[in-house]
Design a protein around this ligand. Sequence first.
Ligand code: 4AD
Ligand code: MG
Length: 480
Amino acid sequence: MIKGRIAELLQNTQYLQEVEVQGWVRSFRSNRFVALNDGSTINNIQVVIDYENTPEEILKRINVGASVLFRGTLQESQGSGQQVEILATEIEILGDANPEEVKKTILSPKRHSLEKLREQAHLRVRTNTFGAIMRVRSRLAFAVHDYFQRNNFFYVNTPIITASDAEGAGEMFQVTSLDLENLPKTEDGKVDYSEDFFAKETNLTVSGQLEGETYAMGLGQIYTFGPTFRAENSNTTRHLAEFWMIEPEMAFCDLDRNMDIAEDFIKYVLRYILENCQDDLAFLEKRQQEEEKAKPEKERSAMSLTEKLRFVVDNNFKRVSYTEAIEILMNSKPNKKKKFKYVIEEWGADLQSEHERYLVEKHFKCPVILFDYPASIKAFYMRLNEDNKTVRAMDILFPGIGEIVGGSQREERLDVLQDKMTALGIDQKELWWYLDTRRFGTCVHSGFGLGFERLVLFSTGMSNIRDVIPYPRTPHNAEF
Ligand code: 4AD
Ligand code: MG
């Protein structure tokens, strides 16, 4: 008896063997053909039932959504569309699903909008689309570890609860065990955090970078891959309040090598899914093509999903300095005609996603790495250039996504870093441990952060970041 998952059985051509499968019914037609799915693949296995010799009581319970065990013989399929099928000899209903109740859910076999699926996020993984997305997501996560482990990076788990604001942007969720209805106060009327669990103010991490840097200073090359949290009130299709970030950090590494590694890394993981997720990508590609049909002709993308992935894998990313990019943007049609929501007036302007997407989608038509940004619009830890006004920052911009990576060479000079922190009002006492890395054996070092959901978004051709994480956290939404 072969007991396997459907993905394995569908590959098996040792016909006439006894097999056992368990899964959820996707459809049941003519009282004879069951399409069974167990989540291992986008493809269902067909189970053929000898209905004349099956009790009516059992047949009635083979409903969409029910979990069923079948034993039977593996045989070459008579019908088209599949190579193998199972001729059932034994049927065990494991978990019923009442058809009247199922009808009210997204399990009912008809088209449901992505919005509707979001409302039933606990069930949506049983649909073809979400099964495919979540399998691709899992394979991508594996490829991330695979890339870094093969290249001699060590996986480091940085803290989730921390007292520091790594990005200095103040977008943190506070962590406290104080009774909010009855807060302890200091003499001058402020909340007395010495009474709190950690005896200081703490928050959920926005980035593991600062702790990551300290570990790169011992292990040489590290990466993190964990949840990060931002209390930014951005209700967009690209922002989550809780997202997963991959942050490599390399000692003895300058910005150029940082860009090389980031590009090589992204290409590696995309190549990995092109090779290992073919069925799911083929399904997602078809889904996207249908979605595209609903759009006006000129908004449709010229490339299919897998063409897009291949294009990224096969072509060099275009490296452009911020200064060059600003020139291009200031001379662009949408800027001159004031079509941008934020018109670029001068060097120093922060780039909005409309500008990033113009550069990538209209001007260069390929992934772009922008580098050497104005110091004034970037975080405190970035290496100041000799011009004293730009920093060694780099962002990778992707078609349809905008920023997918943010990184930099770090300021390794203690005095320059301290001056910068003073100027920005960042507490040096709080970050004494971070400054120690510059006191003891400081070195040129660099790293970047890649937003995992933005990578999954690009890889699956989905258009809303809420659809590439099991349970999205966004402003006013923490259901499930
Ligand atoms: O550009 P960010 O803010 O950079 C950092 O956090 C650095 N500490 C990284 C480093 O150098 N180690 O964020 C990095 C990436 C962005 O490029 C984006 O892909 C993603 O994280 N990201 C988000 N993804 C989803 N929702 C959000 N709210 C995100 N904010 C950033
Ligand atoms: Mg950024």
